[in-house]
Structure formats: structure tokens, C-alpha cells
Design a protein around this ligand. Structure first.
Ligand SMILES: Nc1c(NC[C@H](O)[C@H](O)[C@H](O)CO)[nH]c(=O)[nH]c1=O
Ligand SMILES: CC(=O)[C@@H](O)COP(=O)(O)O
Length: 140
């Protein structure tokens, strides 16, 4: 049993609820302990994971968020920078699954967030568990 923290951005609350449900379900089905931490938007997710990782209280993390393209370059900033910072944390050896959707519309988000359809929350949770397994494999 490992301790996982789901860090979710509430920017699109109803969509994030769906993603969190899929992630939680995958982690609990594997017998892990799950906590959820909420931040305002996807840009806050990497910083929150960095702080939580530093605390030593968690073995792995799942980043959950939804970024929907608007009218300006802001989409590229939020989508690209959140992914870049999560990847940097991953390269530091932190087990993180990236479940931040970057989509053109709410319709695209629903299909991907729904655990009965593309289940991207569950997919991110499985990625985090896979990285944690690799940490154990290469630990010694
Ligand atoms: N546009 C979206 C955001 N924007 C907010 C930022 O993530 C951030 O909270 C703000 O810039 C303050 O630092 N966040 C999302 O999660 N999704 C979006 O579509
Ligand atoms: C992340 C986005 O693109 C969006 O929420 C921001 O919308 P806009 O570019 O129309 O300000």
C-alpha cells in the first residue's frame, strides 16, 4: 500500500470531479491510500506537488486539471507550462501521472474525463503507479 496525493485544479469543477473519480477508483482498486488537494488552476499544480513531495508524506502524485482553449495565447501558457513543470518534477524522480486535459472544447473534455469513456484520470493514476513501481525496481 502506498500513499498517493491527487492534486486537482478546480478551474472547471464539474470536469475535474469526473477525472478525480477515475483516478481515485484506479488507485483504490490497487489498494492504495488516496488524499485530494485542491488548487485554483493548472498552473498551481506543479508547485503544490513540489511542496507536498518535499513533506515526505506521499509516495506518488496524480495531477488533475482541464485546460480549454480560449481566445488568447493563455491556453499555450497554461497547458505548456504545467506540463513542462510536471515533467521537470518527474525527471527529479517524483512519481507523477499527468491527468491535465488540454482540449478545444468542453465536449472533448467530457469524453476524456468520463471514467466510462476515455478515463484519463484513471490513466494518469496508472502512470503514477507504474513510475512508483519503477522507483522500487531501481532502488537497490
Ligand atoms: N485557463 C485555465 C486556467 N487558468 C488559470 C491558471 O491555471 C492560474 O490559476 C492563474 O493563471 C493564476 O496563477 N487554469 C486551468 O486549470 N484551466 C484553464 O483552462
Ligand atoms: C486557458 C485558456 O485559454 C482560457 O481559459 C483563457 O481564455 P482566453 O484566452 O479567452 O482569455
Amino acid at each position: 500500500m502506498a500513499r498517493f496525493l491527487i492534486v486537482e485544479a478546480r478551474f472547471y469543477a464539474h470536469l475535474n470531479d469526473m477525472l478525480v473519480a477515475g483516478a481515485r477508483s484506479a488507485l483504490e482498486a490497487a489498494g492504495h491510500e488516496v488524499e485530494v488537494l485542491t488548487v485554483p488552476g493548472a498552473l498551481e499544480i506543479p508547485g503544490a506537488i513540489a511542496l507536498a513531495a518535499e513533506s515526505g508524506q506521499y509516495d506518488g502524485f496524480v495531477a488533475i486539471g482541464v485546460v480549454i482553449r480560449g481566445e488568447t495565447y493563455h491556453f499555450e501558457i497554461v497547458a505548456g507550462e504545467s506540463a513542462r513543470a510536471i515533467m521537470a518534477l518527474t525527471m527529479d524522480g517524483i512519481a507523477i501521472g499527468n491527468g491535465i486535459l488540454t482540449v478545444e472544447s468542453e465536449e472533448q473534455a467530457i469524453v476524456r474525463a468520463d471514467a466510462a469513456q476515455k478515463d484519463k484520470g484513471g490513466e494518469a493514476a496508472k502512470a503514477a503507479m507504474a513510475l512508483l513501481d519503477l522507483q522500487s525496481k531501481f532502488a537497490g
